[in-house]
Design a protein around this ligand. Sequence first.
Ligand code: BG6
Length: 481
Amino acid sequence: MKKFKLGTATAAFQCEGNLTTDGRGKCIWDDVLLNDKSIAKYNPEPASDFYKSFDVDFKLAKEYGIEVFRLSIAWSRIFPTDASTVNKKAVEQYHKMFKAMIEKGIVPNVTLHHFDSPQWFVEKGDFLSKENIEDFLKFAEFCFKEFSEIKYWSTLNEINAYSEQKNIKAALPPFFTLEYGQFFKQQYNMVLAHSRTVNLFKKLKIDGEIGVPCNLSPYLPIDESNPGDVLASQKANAIINWGFLEPIVSGGYSQETIDLLNSVLEHYDFIFKPQKTDLQEIKLARENLDWVGINYYATNFVTKPDEIIDFSVNTTGEKGKSKFNIPWLWKTVSKPGVKSTHWDWPIYPEGLAIVIKWVSEKYNCKLPIHITENGYGDLEDITKTPFIKDYDRIQYIQDHFDVIQKLIDEGEKIEHYYLWSHMDMFSWTNGYNKRYGLFYVDFETQKRYEKLSAYWWLEKSKQDRLDEKVDLKELEKKLGK
Ligand code: BG6
């Protein structure tokens, strides 16, 4: 039996909709998107109505060769008001959801936190407060014991990216911009939350496996022979990638990484010195961890920064809007010959190999790897093109599959691949315009439509090797489309 499994991914708040159904409590995004008109660009209701229409998506999953499926439990549905009052209706609904998947032979991989801290938790300081980790552990323990049908658990999705949205990109409370000190403090607490959750899972002797989806985008020097570019890239990798990856996959921090981190953090009057008790917890979590998740989308190219602050994030899909130049950090530049998406994300499949080697070689972590996210966001409109022929997405996935196959051939233990995303959902800061799904969602009618990539995916699911190709001309002919 081949061990490698193909799957797709979702996240509760991005697809569930039903914001007031079954006594759900608000999460961090509700008020940001619904009340603050200066920021709100879209309404998270009804999203893809997944909370109720999940069966439609699981049927498609089964029909199109999807074996594993990533989804998350909304903490604010299970504990809507505080850390201990359980909402039974939501618990029942999640049982129904998991049953529907499992009956179809689809294996769930469930994330406990996917960017959606409950509002009551946010009001206590979210993960910026170390004491609050206890609340997350109560939620985790409840889920581990209650949902015994789940065999794959993920702790916290993209620890660095959640902290980035709050402290760098000002997308979420406390709406800080470029506050790398705060960013690191929150990220550190989330590393601890992850570690303590993994250790709890093993202490409770839960039957299953636990891992963590790590968002990794390498920052490469545009000129490897230029020391200024190399230093810029090291600083960026330390603060964005290694600062959280290293403790998770190596069980501690090297002096080299601590020094690099502090070369950034000193600008924010903060010097990082991990506490001994935290380090014990982190080390034990590394020993207890079952698999490492990698979310990979893009690679950044950097150079020595100029003496001005120039920072903007592309949230519209209008090319060229992303800018990053911070005098004490780095400057992001484009690399000739490397294409990027409409949102200025450089398409560089080689970057996936770089981050996998960080885990297996730089940090000598030989645990199984799951590619927990990878995918291509595009502007698509079914009212203009009734059948979405998403050639760019297909190319993107195939190119990344080629890299994965090569690594598997070389001996890397890559076991699952989850495409972001199963069906279209909204994108956190880009709204409904940025679509990633194999299945197009008409958000008005909630109808699903197969894109060409869904048919292509079905063909891929029948192949033995990821680098085998599908003849698209033949496929289109066969489909008559
Ligand atoms: C990951 C997240 O960061 O990337 C997903 O885990 C997210 O939730 C995905 O949607 C794509 O990012 P974006 O910003 O294009 O939606």
